[in-house]
Design a protein around this ligand. Structure first.
Ligand SMILES: Cc1cc2nc3c(=O)[nH]c(=O)nc-3n(C[C@H](O)[C@H](O)[C@H](O)COP(=O)(O)OP(=O)(O)OC[C@H]3O[C@@H](n4cnc5c(N)ncnc54)[C@H](O)[C@@H]3O)c2cc1C
Length: 309
């Protein structure tokens, strides 16, 4: 299988040094939270940072590079995504308690796992991570957040590998974190991060995590394929409120449907294509624009080519 990697490497024999997992034309249906979408042309799941660095150093310059965590905020169009995709779970989950209120966390760690660990170390301020289903890397890139907290509040500094496999470190203040976005360049790979909270009693942290979980269960669809919030809020307007005024609960486009529990969530009713989600989203954008004069912006990252799958 590694032979398929050779065309995108400067020195094809380097494949012998690689120890991660490689896939050619891998469908995202079982990788993405939407359970829909096309194929990733080349997919590599690195074993560790050294392995990833060897691969990056050998990549031909023309190959497009895309990094993923859990694909909980990403829709890959049905025609698939060209170039090399890197998925970051594997060995990037390490979590170390550095100093009193600082955790060093691998970018592949799940936000939920980090929230759980914050109980053991009695570090407050990380509870909101329990409500986000992605990885730490995806969360930093997106400046993900909920219930009044976001990554921007807890990131101290971030370690990256650049496209050539070279290590780079940035302090939080060197990164422009905005509402559900950052200015991190697409070809910088987040490998680990120092997160800082504050001293907090274990029981209080547990209580807050429990509160978040209850809020989620009562307000968001559970157990069905979705990408979470589809659109960003617009200034002081909540996207879900605007959409709910349209009366579009259960509106469908192919297999994609607007959740009646949370109108800013689209769910896969079974066999949705990526195009069903994109078309449904565009219908909502048009309706909100014509009714309220507001152009909603996608929070979901949509990548790849249109086409059949
Ligand atoms: C049920 C549900 C609930 C959700 N609730 C929330 C919520 O409350 N708040 C919120 O903000 N979001 C929420 N989301 C969206 C999503 O979980 C977050 O945006 C999350 O941070 C994405 O992480 P991920 O690992 O899945 O990223 P992916 O979807 O894999 O990637 C997202 C973006 O980050 C980039 N990226 C990922 N990993 C790296 C890396 N290591 N280095 C560089 N770039 C990287 C990708 O290229 C992509 O552009 C929800 C999603 C679902 C399905």
């Amino acid at each position: 299988m590694f032979n398929n990697l050779k065309p995108i490497l400067k020195t094809p024999s380097v494949v012998d040094e690689l120890s991660g997992k490689f896939f050619y034309k891998k469908s995202v249906k079982n990788l993405s939270w939407f359970k829909a979408g096309g194929v990733l042309e080349y997919l590599y799941i690195p074993k560790n940072e050294t392995d990833l660095s060897i691969l990056l150093n050998e990549l031909i310059p023309s190959i497009e590079l895309t990094i993923f965590g859990k694909l909980s905020n990403t829709l890959i169009r049905d025609g698939g995504l060209s170039g090399l995709s890197i998925l970051m779970p594997s060995d990037f989950k390490k979590l170390t308690h550095k100093e009193q209120n600082i955790l060093n966390v691998g970018s592949g760690a799940l936000d939920k796992e980090v929230a759980k660990k914050s109980i053991d170390f009695q570090i407050g301020g990380l509870e909101f991570l329990s409500g986000i289903p992605g990885t730490i890397g995806g969360g930093i890139f997106m400046n993900a957040g909920c219930y009044g907290s976001e990554f921007k509040d807890i990131v101290l500094d971030v370690n990256f590998l650049n496209r050539n496999g070279k290590k780079i470190k940035k302090k939080a203040k060197e990164i422009d974190f905005k509402y559900r976005e950052s200015n991190i360049p697409k070809d910088l790979i987040i490998t680990s991060v120092n997160l800082m909270g504050f001293k907090k009693n274990k029981e209080e942290i547990k209580r807050k995590i429990c509160e978040i979980s209850k809020k989620r269960i009562s307000s968001q669809p559970q157990g069905c394929p979705t990408g979470g919030s589809t659109f960003k809020n617009y200034k002081n307007y909540k996207a879900w409120e605007l959409i709910s005024k349209l009366g579009v609960s259960n509106l469908r486009c192919g297999g994609a449907m607007i959740s009646d529990l949370h109108n800013n969530f689209m769910i896969n009713t079974g066999k949705a294509k990526a195009s069903d989600f994109e078309n449904l989203g565009e219908i909502i954008i048009d309706k909100v624009q014509s009714q309220f004069g507001i152009k909603l912006e996608w929070e979901i990252q949509i990548l790849g080519k249109n086409g059949k799958n």
